[in-house]
Write a protein that binds this ligand. Structure first.
Ligand code: PRP
Ligand code: MN
Ligand code: MG
Length: 181
């Protein structure tokens, strides 16, 4: 059987790189939320690995919940219109919420999600993403914690998929164009 890493043309971040960066972000979060309760919200499915490793980098207590969203629209570009497939189980009224993502590409999913969660009366809503692509910088969405800014290439691994594959790759790498063209 083919090895999962065979289709990469390079490795952007090793598992060690990712763990080191996430523990730095976790330290920032711990400092910023000292004395406050914290609910981290993972966006299914890409954020599963980031949630698991970020949460375990904390020495403090943290609650975890999940949302699943899907953006309407045809083709590969997201329309910015988002539908909730699985909502939070938690009432976030008065809570400090930190949304956790694997990647911000256009920023459309997250700008919608921030608006949606903000309308529920939380104490605060912030964003933590492992990766951010250049287009996201044009969106008026404030991202408090960013692991890495990356160029516009097709990256997979560590939760990031292409056609539901490569999520279970430990590193993050660039997918060979031959695979998707
Ligand atoms: C990917 C990624 C982000 C979103 C970013 O999720 O995990 O959630 O796209 O795109 P945007 O900034 O352009 O809105 P996807 O919709 O592929 O679902 P998945 O997490 O299940 O892979
Ligand atoms: Mn996602
Ligand atoms: Mg995806």
């Amino acid at each position: 059987a083919a090895h999962i890493a065979d289709d990469l043309i390079d490795v952007l971040f090793t598992e060690e790189d990712i763990h080191r960066r996430l523990s730095e972000l976790a330290a920032d979060v711990e400092r910023d939320y000292e004395g406050k309760d914290l609910l981290i919200v993972g966006v299914l499915r890409g954020a599963v690995m980031v949630m698991a490793d970020l949460a375990r980098s904390f020495s403090r207590h943290v609650e975890m919940d999940w949302m699943a969203v899907s953006s309407y629209g045809s083709g590969t570009k997201s329309s910015g219109v988002v539908r909730i497939l699985k909502d939070l189980d938690t009432d976030i009224t008065g809570r400090h919420v930190l949304i956790v993502e694997d990647i911000i590409d256009t920023g459309l999913t997250l700008s919608w999600l921030v608006r949606n969660l903000s309308s529920r009366g939380p104490a605060s809503v912030e964003i933590c993403t492992l990766l951010r692509k250049p287009d996201a910088l044009q969106m008026s969405v404030d991202v408090k914690y960013v692991g890495y800014d990356i160029p516009n290439a097709f990256v997979v691994g560590y939760g990031l998929d292409y056609a539901e594959r490569y999520r279970n790759l430990r590193c993050i790498g660039t997918l060979a164009p031959a695979v998707y063209s």
